[in-house]
Design a protein around this ligand. Sequence first.
Ligand code: DGY
Length: 327
Amino acid sequence: MSREIVLVSRELRPLLDGERPEWPGGAATRWVAPSEELPLSERVVALIPLLSREISGAEMDRLPRLRVVANYAVGYDNVDVEAARERGVAVTNTPGVLTEATADLTWALILAAARRMREGLELATSGRWEGWKPDQLLGAGLQEKRLGILGAGRIGSAVARRAPGFGMDVLYWSRSGNAELERAVGARREEELDDILSASHVLSVHLPLTPETRGLLDAGALAAMTPGSVLVNTARGGIVETEALAGALREGPLSAAGLDVYPNEPEVPASLRELPNAFVLPHLGSATREARTGMWRIARDNVRSVLAGREPMTPVPESALPGATGD
Ligand code: DGY
């Protein structure tokens, strides 16, 4: 049998600073372009895809000796985890290294949306600004307001930890309680989704995309939000229904939204692009050099572990499988 192959997404190459990845057993690296179909090959034993590549059972069947999918992301909704389990393929993600970067960007969006920075930037760069006015582009103050966190995992908790610096109280909604978060920032858990929607002045989404969370924030849920509140999503676009969100931004109850993710990336829905109170970014949550190189190291080391016959370092949780519970 000729040399085994590790398929690595070609977009990762510029980040590697000339590193030539080495693999147990002397496997070769083959870089795969985004538009390229996965090869039908018995030699491929590992795969490092981006979140934009769907890895279904059919893709795995093209690679019958595949042992590990090391997703270059903390989210793994692009990978059919059940199909992987059935085929004995390990699936790993990149938790931890992008937590603080994503929490920082979430706060950038909270501030940008609440303080109308899109409109401000447009006015300042348009040449039409006529000078300071007492009522110009008034936004929402954050002090003594409530920040609602949907999903109190690593990133949600890191966002919550920054809230006292802005004078905000924290509420959270998650399947299980987070005693540490309650201790650290006095966060209060809301058992019902409707309760956190109606109590939050800023609501920030940090849930994984699963069959249960897809479309969770639909027209009904958005209508239950506090009048004048701000919605921020740095998790996955599919959790919020786009047209319902556009309606809630046009007619209320939302005053603004800060968005980093969309259901069909790289498409940023036109209904959001044209709204001045939607501050939109192109999925930049983890976009710091530190986070992105940390993600590479974790994906690479997961592949090395599995190919060396060891357990993967960061397998996706059992709760990724249907029927299981827990965040
Ligand atoms: C992830 O890792 O899931 C982010 O969406 C990209 O960093």
